[in-house]
Design a protein around this ligand. Structure first.
Ligand SMILES: [Ca+2]
Ligand SMILES: [Ca+2]
Ligand SMILES: [Ca+2]
Ligand SMILES: [Ca+2]
Ligand SMILES: [Zn+2]
Length: 500
């Protein structure tokens, strides 16, 4: 079934479309021209199955540099795909500094997967024509895991969702403690494929139509008459306990399940039973621990337009000075290549996180690690947005961008529907593809700029070489050997945190 976030092609046709060959003009030739390698398109989002096929097609087309394997299974049995990008002809993986890149640990934060696919394609396609890319592929290794939470991704694409739902993995959790698991999730009550905002008419309502744009609802001032009351996201009371949508699929946060300042419920919502209690986080931790050559980490999320580093809590103290200088240099270059984004510290600029992934990879393993929060609504206007939220679903300006740049694609005007409990309600608002993910016409730019930031990070990983070796004969068979080692890149061969 076609849907607003994919092209209208079914996958059988899309297999051709997304593996479109490069446009080479046809000229009479003595030998038949070699088939152009397949090319992925970045004007669409890939479902879990489509991304899987895209990874397999890339590996098949570029066996010299790519190897794809599954490092484990998700709760629902989907493979956790890992693509290794390396040139075996220039030495074994474990002797090269590696960049680990992943995405989509939050199931609804989908576009990091496209950034990963873009990165893989850019590395293999650029090898022959871009010396910097060749250097990266010859001298470094890339471990790229595009879908950390494949179940969350699959449900987000397949089911009715808001932009914030399907964040969790799909291991059933009894969120409300009634002995039932996942018994009351979101519902598409009018069958239009969307979960929108649900409102009811009320002369004493808290909201009214906006004077700037009557399609928008604004909170009334004290003493002012309202028209509507917000009921929450679309849904019914599936289990008849008097509450609506109180226990949906899953109910935890894989990015709070890592062994770094891990804290249980209720101190840290969504932490899981113990660190690495989930098959996905466990498999990834084992992969990273088995690869001590990993010297850089990027974990893509959305949204807000941030280049984030830890610490996750100020109680842990600031990172060691020499490492902060490295982070600052990388982060400020990041702001240059990502002009819509801000280099930020997790606890200070976003929120406190206990048991976060990049907190584990840096605080515990000493690897310089970033999380880019992909997409910033201000980017519609070719600028960043004031404030760090990035979810502007209320301003007349946001709606005007939708009217003029997306031709009213993302916004659904209020429409009546029957609700079994409330009677007539009104449904409307932005679809799940608005707010956290970019419009498709800006997706490729998002992929390119973020991929280039991460390749820059990978380039700056330590590169240690012998500068000189001097041998001085002292007496008999005793010699003094003086070796000078040089690290020509800005990231030290051992971070201050690793040394600590
Ligand atoms: Ca329950
Ligand atoms: Ca609906
Ligand atoms: Ca209920
Ligand atoms: Ca429900
Ligand atoms: Zn996230």
């Amino acid at each position: 079934m076609s849907s607003p976030y994919t092209s209208t092609l079914g996958f059988a046709a899309a297999a051709l479309a997304l593996l479109e060959s490069g446009g080479v003009s046809r000229a009479p030739a003595e030998e038949p021209p070699a088939a152009s390698p397949p090319r992925l398109r970045f004007d669409r989002f890939y479902t879990y199955d489509e991304a899987t096929r895209a990874l397999q097609a890339l590996e098949k087309a570029h066996p010299r540099f790519l190897s794809l394997r599954s490092i484990g299974k998700s709760v629902e049995g989907r493979d956790l795909w890992l693509m290794t990008v390396a040139n075996p002809a220039t030495g074994p993986e474990e002797r090269k500094a590696a960049m680990y890149i992943d995405a989509n640990i939050h199931g609804n934060e989908v576009q990091g997967t496209e950034v990963c696919l873009y990165t893989i394609q850019h590395l293999v396609e650029g090898y022959e024509r871009l010396p910097r890319v060749r250097e990266l592929v010859d001298e470094r290794v890339f471990y790229i895991l595009p879908m950390v939470n494949p179940d969350g991704r699959a449900h987000w694409f397949e089911g009715p969702n808001t932009r914030h739902s399907s964040r969790s993995g799909k291991k059933p959790v009894d969120d409300d403690g009634d002995g039932l698991f996942d018994e009351d999730g979101l519902d598409d009550i009018d069958g239009d494929g969307e979960v929108l905002d649900m409102w009811i008419r009320d002369p004493h309502g808290t909201h009214k139509r906006s004077p700037d744009d009557p399609r928008l609802l604004v909170r009334v001032k004290p003493g002012e008459a309202g028209e509507l009351v917000y009921l929450g996201p679309e849904g019914i009371d599936n289990d008849g306990d008097g509450r609506i949508n109180e226990d949906g699929p899953g109910g935890y946060d894989m990015n709070r399940n890592w062994p770094a300042d891990w804290q249980p419920q209720p101190h840290q919502h969504g932490a899981g039973d113990y660190p690495l209690s989930l098959p996905e986080t466990r498999a990834i931790a084992e992969l990273i621990l088995a690869h001590p050559n990993i010297a850089g980490v990027q974990a893509y999320h959305n949204a807000g337009g941030l280049i984030l580093r830890g610490p996750g809590d100020d109680a842990l103290g600031e990172y060691p000075d020499p490492d902060v200088r490295v982070y600052d240099a990388l982060g400020q270059t990041g702001e240059f290549v990502l002009p819509f984004y801000r280099y930020s510290v997790l606890w200070r600029d976003l929120y406190r996180v206990h048991g976060g992934f990049i907190n584990w990879t840096y605080d515990e393993l000493g690897i310089f690690s970033f999380t880019n929060e992909l997409w910033n609504t201000g980017q519609y206007g070719a600028r960043g947005r004031e404030g760090l939220g990035g979810f502007d679903a209320e301003s007349p300006e946001r709606l005007r961008w939708d009217d003029l740049l997306e031709l009213e694609h993302q916004f659904v005007e209020l429409k009546p529907a029957r609700h079994p409990l409330y009677g007539e309600v009104l449904l409307g608002g932005f679809r799940k593809t608005a707010g956290r993910t970019p419009p498709l016409f800006l997706l490729e730019e998002l992929c390119h700029r973020n991929a280039m930031f991460t390749l820059y990070h990978a380039y700056e990983m330590p590169r240690v070489a012998f500068r000189s070796v001097e041998v001085e004969r002292l007496a008999g068979e005793v010699s003094a050997v003086t070796v000078t080692l040089e690290n020509s890149r800005s990231i030290p061969s051992r971070s201050a945190m690793a040394a600590r």
